[in-house]
Design a protein around this ligand. Sequence first.
Ligand code: TRP
Length: 334
Amino acid sequence: MIDGKKVLFSGMQATGNLTLGNYIGALKNWLTLADDYECFYSVVDMHSITVRQDPAELRSRARKLLTLYIAAGLDPKKNCIYYQSHVSGHAELSWILNCFTYMGELNRMTQFKDKSAKHADNINAGLYTYPVLMAADILLYQTDVVPVGKDQLQHLEITRDIAQRFNAIYGDVFTIPEPFIGKTGAKIMSLQDPTKKMSKSDENLNASIYLMDDKDTIIRKFKRAVTDSEGIIAYNDTQAGIHNLIDIYCACTNKTPDEVVKEFEGKGYGDFKLAVGESVADLLTPLQNKFFELEKDKAYIDGIIKENGEKANYYATKTIRKVQKKVGFPERIR
Ligand code: TRP
């Protein structure tokens, strides 16, 4: 708890571009969370180097991501959006928690198995202990809730196990985090394979709409969206492609599926796809303009980075000092 509010923590990788799916499914629903939760959103650059990165590019992508979150409407005065690498407590707690994590547990992590298969030439220890750093991220702020996708649930589970193990030895040190089941938007599917989730790491660039795609690109991608040969715009499970387009259109226009089906009665897929593309462009254009405006205001963004880094550091230090004392590190002499 911070000032009577529960703590919410989420980390995001600056790899790949945010998609319309990220925006509609998650981000858009987070905009009002700061009224009820003390929110921390960390750009997890320390996690990123578990796979090889170009330094200049990592730096640039991290800043873009942070700026994009603000452009999308997260108020940086109410939400602590900051860089993980600016708060040394992440690394410090991570080391301590490493000593309370079993190799057997880490061996079971499916993401480690997947990533080591993908990066067979660089199976480093950081990739292996990635979940421990993630546990440190979460526990450092005495987090109550973590909004995570399915792919990260196993990491949240291990975080809880580590925290409970630590607490069992040293008393109530860490808050035990829960997955955050909040309001979520529609699950947006790939435009090329509507049975698969839209993903920022999809190799087929036509499968995803990126938040920074320009209008022409957006329209072109919707024109190519995979549908079916029914020829009728209906909202059902057998027409997965059309179902997805209706969901997107509803999210952008605040209409209901019924209204959309009526609106396009007797019309062809071509007309509908164009309308969906335009509604998406109308949603994203203001966000993009805001992004470009913020990106130019270097002093403003620098100020946010500094202020939020200090705020995160304040709370992180509280936990780290407590933990250091518990495990038996000598007191600091002032
Ligand atoms: N591993 C998460 C991902 O790839 C990112 C992340 C790092 C995270 N630390 C976190 C998410 C803490 C939630 C909480 O998506």
